[in-house]
Design a protein around this ligand. Structure first.
Ligand SMILES: C[S@@+](CC[C@H](N)C(=O)[O-])C[C@H]1O[C@@H](n2cnc3c(N)ncnc32)[C@H](O)[C@@H]1O
Length: 407
């Protein structure tokens, strides 16, 4: 555990020797904490503790590289490096100003601070970030007569400022851009699902890549690509080139290369079918572009059709889908769409399991099948349910339309 408590002697987080163990925080989405904890466990992380929308753990720089490269459900891997109390703005400024920022970043670099505050003292997290920025640049100005600049996109260094009451924590963002930016998106539809959420749904469903996979409303193909990457053991960030830690002073390219090569050696073939269907030809063209970029287009087939006309692959199959939620569609149409989803699921029969994520609590009742599991998740700001339907010959429809069945 290396959260430094001292006001004056906060050692540089970017100088930690690669063999030394330190605390990290993996940020994720609500409901995916246990999945991320399991992913970290499989990578050999220690002291794993799921917390709200995050997982705390310890490990070395090698663990940090692995977590960034392999965790499908992490949004960012953060490294706490300063913790202190501040009872007013001046104390925040003074404590931040005393940190040896010149050991962390060069004067000519760019940086950005993301902030979150749950505090009666610091009611405006944006303002707290501004004070923190002032304290950093004033220190540089005093020492060098120049200062690093703020950059909102593509900053060299990203810091997170967390304030709970009077307890302030500063963290380095080792990922840089959010890890949902996998690097494979060449085109999107109107409402693409977040890649981290898609990967989370696949793991929450319990699919072990031991059967076929089908998304009947696949849009630009996010669930299909995440399923294919998972099934082939392709690391989550295989297509991404840039990470925040690459600017750190203790970044060791050879160690990073070895982490990557080791993970890439586990890529394997997948023997089942992965298929998607969508009614919109334009969005399928985006899916095709994304699949070609990943070179997974030979492994995934796309059907341009209405899902009502399309059957799932034969035999055992995991079906996961993200239908429209009703932002651009009338309620009547939406009710009948969800009703026909229920009809279609019912027609699949034995050997298939279907999961559906939606934020439309009214429309989902029209599915008319009783879900065997309901998981609360968020798609951005939208509260959703991820519903499981065990399908069997003669699944009963039109019986389960109570709110309680779906909530
Ligand atoms: C929320 S989007 C799916 C987004 C997708 N998960 C992605 O990441 O791009 C819903 C999709 O359902 C498709 N859709 C709507 N009605 C359909 C139908 N009857 N048959 C097949 N697809 C349909 C839409 O064209 C749209 O692409």
């Amino acid at each position: 555990m290396i959260i430094e408590k001292s006001k004056n002697e906060v050692s540089s987080p970017t100088l930690t020797p690669s063999t030394k163990s330190f605390k990290m925080i993996g940020k994720t989405m609500f409901g995916l904490e246990e999945i991320l904890a399991e992913e970290l466990r499989n990578l050999g992380a220690q002291d794993i503790e799921p917390i709200n929308r995050a997982v705390a753990f310890t490990g070395t720089m090698e663990t940090l590289y692995k977590a960034n490269y392999c965790c499908r459900t992490a949004l960012a891997i953060l490294k706490p490096f300063a913790e202190f109390e501040a009872n007013n703005e001046q104390e925040l400024y003074d404590n931040v100003n005393q940190i040896k920022w010149e050991q962390i970043m060069d004067v000519d670099c760019t940086f950005f601070i993301e902030s979150a505050a749950n505090s009666k003292i610091f009611t405006n997290s944006y303002y707290a970030a501004l004070k923190t920025k002032d304290a950093i640049v004033d220190r540089f100005r005093r020492m060098f007569g120049r200062r690093p600049t703020i950059e909102t996109e593509n900053a060299d260094y990203k810091f997170n400022l967390h304030i709970t009451n009077n307890k302030v924590t500063l963290l380095m963002n080792s990922s840089g851009d959010s890890l949902h930016k996998r690097g494979y998106r060449q085109g999107v539809g109107i409402a693409p699902i977040n890649e981290v959420l898609a990967a989370g749904l696949i793991q929450l469903s319990g699919w072990k890549a031991d059967s076929n996979f089908y998304d009947p409303m696949c849009g630009s193909g996010t669930l299909l690509i995440e399923a294919a990457m998972y099934a082939n053991n392709i690391p989550a960030q295989y297509y991404r080139k840039k990470f925040g830690f690459m600017k750190w002073k203790n970044y060791t390219p050879s160690e990073w290369k070895s982490v990557k090569e080791k993970a890439d050696r586990n890529i394997k073939d997948f023997d089942y079918e992965i298929c998607g269907c969508d009614i919109d030809r334009n969005v399928l063209e985006q899916a095709e572009k994304n699949l070609r970029f990943t070179k997974l287009h030979h492994d995934v087939c796309l059907y341009h059709d209405s899902f009502q006309n399309q059957d799932a692959p034969e035999g055992e199959c995991m079906i996961i889908t993200n239908p429209p939620y009703g932002e651009r569609i009338t309620i009547d149409d939406l009710n009948s769409l969800y009703s026909s989803i229920g009809d279609k699921f019912k027609s699949f029969g034995n050997g298939k399991t279907a999961w559906l994520i939606t934020s439309d609590f009214r429309a989902m009742k029209n599915i008319g099948l009783k879900p065997s599991r309901k998981i609360q998740l968020y798609n951005g700001a939208l509260e959703c349910r991820f519903l499981k339907f065990d399908l069997y010959d003669g699944s009963k429809k039109a019986k389960y339309q109570n709110d309680e069945d779906y909530k």
